[in-house]
Design a protein. Structure first.
Length: 453
């Protein structure tokens, strides 16, 4: 029997994060202040983030140390295992070797815990008392609730309304960790009230929930805001995944030809891909990197590259990004973590420069692949991660057709144990596919026009 699982020991948890900004061939345009349209200064971000995270956002240091307390808390679940999906390979009858890095082993069941712990730590260290955030499907809120509770910080979570009702046990998890959770759009903020006035039935979106959280944080001296994806410092913390995976692939005696991750705002994809991408940039590697987004929210494959807001109300800095327009409200797919209108600045620049690729997958194809994975490997994947699996399956079948072996590595960003309702609907053939027309995208982009570019 071939070896199947590659573990590192506790004392091999990486001691540094990898900052790809040190190695990017072309730098991004700077973020702009939403009012002045001038490049933002670090002090502009102080009402929202602790200084250490602001510094990481713009740092050009290649390696940034993991603080001791963060490293210690990681040891609950890190290093995460790298597993060869031998049973999936067999089912697909493919010559491809398929490996996955399993981030579902974290306390809240997804990779988001990696940045949640770091962010809670830096806030605590700078005397912050309370954090406000948004959550889509609930994974981010869960991860942050665990981390905030550990460091003695209060947490308020705006949870996208459609998920609040689709995934009630996510809310229970957060409540168990002492967090307070409100469905968004809510009547607690000006931006929430505005959305409700325009559309009382709004299902909510990450963009709306971010506006609400930012608004509360900006108004309170002892409160900061925290984001679970998109921003440079979030991608930075997630590189712990890829740094471990490089060592584990070495243990397995091969390197990937293809690295694949699902894509919401970019953090699990970047976390796995960036340390490998460094080998392309600096050591002449030829690996391919594929970000997989849902067809219903296709910013990378059908969006436009321009300055846009990170939220619906236009309270955040303007970021150069691939976007569907900050007014875009995605259809109510079950992969709630992928319902975001834009991509982060780093990812957008790398895609522009053709250093990474993107593809889109529909809801039913992703659930098909997720179910195949569950039946072969025994883990029910998160609906988000199932998008990555759909592309893995397509690439493995292509390898079979071409009769060429390939090594594929993907990020199993989380388990789907809170998503049984969605899998149940899929098994009953009740999950629709959503397609977005070019007109809808054009309309959203026109509505979301900002006074730069
Ligand atoms: C949030 C989430 C995603 C999408 O966010 P990224 O920042 O793009 O990684 C993907 N998978 C899981 C399990 C998530 O919780």
């Amino acid at each position: 029997m071939k070896k199947r699982k590659y573990y590192l020991s506790e004392n091999e948890i990486p001691e540094f994060y990898y900052n790809i900004q040190a190695d990017m061939p072309k730098m991004m345009q700077p973020p702009l202040h939403p009012a002045t349209l001038q490049p933002i200064a670090p002090v502009d971000l102080e009402p929202l983030f602790p200084m250490e995270l602001i510094k990481q956002e713009v740092s050009l240091e290649r390696y940034i140390p993991v603080p001791d307390e963060v490293h210690h808390l990681y040891s609950i679940y890190r290093p995460s295992p790298l597993i060869r999906a031998t049973e999936l390979e067999r089912a697909l009858d493919t010559p491809a070797h398929i490996y996955y890095k399993y981030e579902g082993v974290s306390p809240s069941g997804s990779h988001k815990t990696n940045t949640a712990i770091a962010q809670a730590y830096y806030n605590k260290a700078e005397g912050v008392k309370k954090i406000v955030t948004e959550t889509g499907a609930g994974q981010w809120g869960s991860a942050l609730s665990f981390a905030c509770n550990h460091f003695g910080l209060q947490l308020q979570v705006f949870m996208v309304k459609v998920s609040y009702f689709q995934k009630p046990y996510r809310k229970t998890y957060m409540n168990a960790m002492n967090a307070s959770v409100v469905p968004s759009p809510s009547t607690l903020t000006v931006s929430g009230k505005k959305v409700l006035t325009d559309n009382p039935e709004s299902p909510g979106s990450l963009g709306i929930a971010i506006s609400e959280a930012v608004e509360i944080a900006a108004q309170n001296e002892d409160t900061r805001y925290s984001l679970g994806s998109v921003l440079n410092h979030v991608l930075l913390h997630q590189t712990i995944i890829g740094l471990e995976a490089i060592r584990q692939m070495e243990m397995a005696g091969e390197m990937p030809d293809l690295v694949i991750g699902c894509f919401g705002g970019g953090s699990n994809f970047a976390g796995l891909a960036f340390p490998f991408l460094r080998l392309n940039l600096k050591a002449g590697g030829k690996m391919r990197f594929i970000a997989v987004e849902p067809e219903s929210c296709p910013k990378l494959t059908r969006g436009t590259f321009r300055y846009d807001f990170g939220d619906t109300a236009g309270l955040t800095p303007l970021i150069p990004m691939y976007t569907l327009g900050h007014q875009f409200v995605p259809p109510e797919i079950h992969a709630g973590g992928l319902r975001y209108h834009g991509a982060g600045a780093i990812i957008s620049q790398l895609l522009q420069d053709k250093l990474i690729e993107a593809t889109a997958v529909g809801q039913s194809r992703s659930f098909d692949a997720g179910l195949l994975f569950a039946r072969t490997e025994g883990i029910i994947p998160a609906p988000e991660s199932s998008h990555a699996i759909a592309t893995v399956v397509a690439e493995a079948l292509k390898a079979r057709e071409e009769g060429i072996s390939r090594t594929i590595l993907f990020n199993l960003s989380g388990h789907g144990h809170y998503d049984m309702g969605a899998f149940e609907r899929f098994l009953k053939n009740e999950l629709p596919d959503y397609s977005i027309s070019d007109e809808e995208i054009a309309k959203s982009l026109a509505m979301s026009e900002v006074p730069v570019n």
